[in-house]
Design a protein around this ligand. Sequence first.
Ligand code: NAG
Ligand code: NAG
Ligand code: ZN
Length: 396
Amino acid sequence: MWRNAALFLSALVCCKSAASGFASLSSTGDLFAFHKNLTEIDSITYKEQEVGEWLISSLEQQGYNVEKQYMDDESGRFNVYAYPGETRETDTLVSSHIDTVPPFYPYRHENKTIHGRGSVDDKASVAAQVIAVNNLISAQKISQDDIALLFVVGEEVGGDGMRKANDLNLKPKSIIFGEPTEGKLVSGHKGNLGLEIKAKGKAAHSGYPWLGRSANEVLTRALAALMELGPNLPKSDKYGVTTINLGRIEGGVAANVVAESASATIAIRIAKGTPEDMKDEITKAIHLAVKTFLDDGQSPEDVIELNFPSRGYGPIDIDADIPGFEVFTVNYGTDIPNLEQTVLGQKRYLYGPGTITVAHSDHEAITEAQLEEAVGGYEKIILHVLKEERVVKSDL
Ligand SMILES: *[C@@H]1O[C@H](CO)[C@@H](O)[C@H](O)[C@H]1NC(C)=O
Ligand SMILES: *[C@@H]1O[C@H](CO)[C@@H](O)[C@H](O)[C@H]1NC(C)=O
Ligand SMILES: [Zn+2]
């Protein structure tokens, strides 16, 4: 009953503001339908175009001004930037990502639970953010010129979409990032550093191993050194220990051949300090460990190659100073470090529905209640940051 009354009211507000061209989706039914339409589209990283086109058409129908921001390459991939009013560079920005990890799992809604790839990460955030913004505008709690929405590609593979978004020249005083945080505010996340190791051997018959050099032995010695170093890497009270994941190891061709090449791909989650310091420490430890393999005049680089494919980043502190939320830290990476802080004292928040523990799994799913609750959560956060921005403004 109350729900019907609210619907009726929001319909009235909708038609009044429809004069200015804004007719938004706002009911719980809209939320589930919008989330369904998003989640039904396969948008594994590098093929986000279809979901991007759908999102643009929906936002345009709702009265948003929408910009398509293409990546620099020929891929045709693009970010979506939308603002409901006249103001393009708003003080508040809400953002999440439209790509997902592979493989695709189809949408299924039963027993008040919604299953499917992206149902949590990150289409639950996208849907809840859009409906929250619409609700606040419809209820005239915020103005159309207060806020803008940024939906990026490529978050799951290193953040090329968010890095490109720096070219949009936005100057938000507050940014609300959406990722699965179980409806809590996140006060920070660990840093991240990738490492690729290539061991260089010399092939020989396994009966005469001294004629060669086993890349597998070089690599395992290096990995053992890395694992020994692990517990001695910087730790902090806030983020715990730095962890090393030996994600992928490969080497050699057959049991009776001394391996000519071997490699490993590794992810390091940094609890304290800078990626530069971490690179130095790791390089030193591994170079020391492979010393015994060096012939006269050789340097460590002749038998082992260390490649850090990206700059990496240290732990990211995030604002969490909003009353009424539980606060915790997470161990996963986000797009936050990829968006440059263009405004002094810029506030950054991280919040969203669903849990990371199912996010990249084959049983990714969210409950109706979690999705609905997040709409209220985003509304609360947006209202809080707008109030703070106004206080800061009136102080000037
Ligand atoms: C979802 O997609 C269906 C089918 O295209 C469409 O009729 C409906 O209006 C869409 N709903 C929302 C909320 O996007
Ligand atoms: C429906 O979901 C509830 C709570 O998530 C669960 O306890 C129950 O077993 C489910 N029922 C079916 C038929 O899946
Ligand atoms: Zn995500």
